[in-house]
Design a protein around this ligand. Structure first.
Ligand code: GLU
Length: 445
């Protein structure tokens, strides 16, 4: 890393102790940014990096609620409003027991660059709670969401901060959150949240967008090597919203997706995963992957273990951060891997990224490859602002154009900085320059 940037990075780490994931995200971005600062010394003079690493506002709050047995439960809520240079803070809410400030800050930091890459007018933010929705009844989830919004409502708004979903927050949770916001404020402010249901201000394609977008981006990378998804053997990690829609899109383009996972294990279905069955189990029944094996002959379910033991020509990590390490990456490379498209946020460790890049594997970092979700959230905001709703075809075309645009921006930026094919560099520099220019223009704030 460039020595000037390393000194700034060390200060950021010292100022934010114990936040390993935030440190990792900052380090990874800084490793790309040396050459930009050679060309733009004004960014250093204006302390753009120091300011970028300090969130504009961080909110931590108590979330009290009662469970079905009448016992009081206390969780911690977070919203980190990281950067508003390009638009209102925008980013999801994650409900998962692993959530703490370091996770929210890593996600919020990534979101700044991701949102900039989309070309849409959205800043970066992220939030969530250490609440675990797994095993909770609908009534408990509703009471939790209502309590969470009873504090959050005062910090958000269509021109201020627009949350959406992430792990553990889907259509059900957004519904409860929106209902409570509407009740407290007495405003039908559709643009305050995205990921809404289609009959009350949501956008078609938003549920599919992150997974579809990841496949579109990865397809564009494959095209640069004269290849496509057609005939590829694909492994996807995860089995949530992003994973399911990535599987659906990859198979629609002629690939065979042979494996996917949940936190307990993984399935191998050599005939290609039956997406309809997977959706039913995960989205309707809220069940586990091992239920899939029982209902489809010839499928094996591996309890525990790593889905990365299954070889593939293309892998799409769509589960969570740091799920693919250096050893797994080396094994995949040995077994003929061509491309990686990150549907999750920072799923590959820094060692894994290094292995992929050294081996010449096409590697799309999450902040570029999974930007289709938030980009379609911005399309939802556009529809809300104009009180309009668009067709599936129109919205999907907009998503495709945005993903191709992000791919081309990353590729061109990498070329321009003398590292063709380095999508990590392209995404980091491409996103950073947009935000840095805007911050410079807006003065010392
Ligand atoms: N949580 C998603 C992400 O990581 C989507 C955020 C949004 O739609 O605002 O980008």
């Amino acid at each position: 890393m460039d020595a000037r940037l390393e000194a700034i990075r060390d200060t950021v780490l010292a100022r934010n102790p114990g936040e390993a994931e935030f440190h990792q995200a900052v380090t990874e971005v800084f490793e790309s940014l040396g050459p930009v600062h050679d060309r733009h010394p004004e960014f250093l003079e204006a302390a753009i990096l120091e300011r970028l690493c300090e969130p504009e506002r961080q909110i931590i709050f108590r979330v009290p609620w009662t469970d079905d047995s009448g016992r009081v439960q206390i969780n911690r809520g977070f919203r980190v409003e990281f950067n508003s240079a390009l638009g209102p803070y925008k980013g999801g809410l994650r409900f998962h027991p692993s959530v703490y400030l370091g996770i929210v800050k890593f996600l919020g930091f990534e979101q700044i660059f991701k949102n900039a890459l989309t070309g849409m007018p959205i800043g970066g933010g992220k939030g969530g709670s250490d609440f675990d929705p797994r095993g909770r009844s609908d009534a408990e989830v509703m009471r939790f969401c209502q309590s969470f919004m009873t504090e959050l409502y005062r910090h958000i708004g269509e021109y201020t901060d627009v949350p959406a979903g992430d792990i553990g927050v889907g259509g059900r949770e957004i519904g409860y959150l929106f209902g409570q916001y509407k009740r407290i404020t007495n405003r039908y402010e559709s643009g305050v949240l995205t990921g809404k249901g289609i009959s009350w201000g949501g956008s078609l394609v938003r549920p599919e967008a992150t997974g579809f977008g990841t496949v579109i981006f990865t397809g564009e990378m494959l095209k640069t090597r004269g290849s496509s998804f057609d005939g590829q053997r694909v492994v996807v990690s995860g089995s949530g919203n992003v994973a399911i829609n990535a599987i659906a899109k990859a198979q629609a383009l002629g690939a065979t997706v042979v494996a996917c996972s949940d936190s307990s294990g993984y399935i191998v279905d050599e005939a290609g995963i039956d997406v309809g069955l997977l959706r039913r189990i995960k989205e309707v029944e809220r069940g586990r992957l091992k239920d899939y094996e029982v209902r489809r002959p010839g499928v094996s379910y591996v309890d525990g273990g790593s889905v990365w033991d299954v070889d593939a020509t293309v892998v799409l990590p769509c589960a969570t951060q740091n799920e693919l390490d250096g050893d797994a990456a080396a094994r995949l490379v040995r077994n003929g891997l061509l491309a990686v498209g990150e549907g999750a946020n920072m799923p590959s460790t820094r060692e894994a990224v290094a292995v992929f890049q050294e081996a010449g594997v096409l590697f799309a970092p999450g902040k570029a490859a999974n930007a289709g979700g938030v980009a379609t959230s911005a399309l939802e905001m556009q529809q809300n602002a104009s009180r309009d709703s668009w067709s599936f075809e129109h919205t999907e075309q907009r998503l495709t154009d945005i993903m191709v645009g992000i791919h081309d921006l990353c590729a061109q930026t990498a070329d321009e900085y003398g590292e063709p094919g380095n999508y990590v560099l392209g995404a980091n520099i491409g996103g950073f320059v947009k935000v840095a220019d805007a911050m410079l223009a807006q003065g010392l704030i």
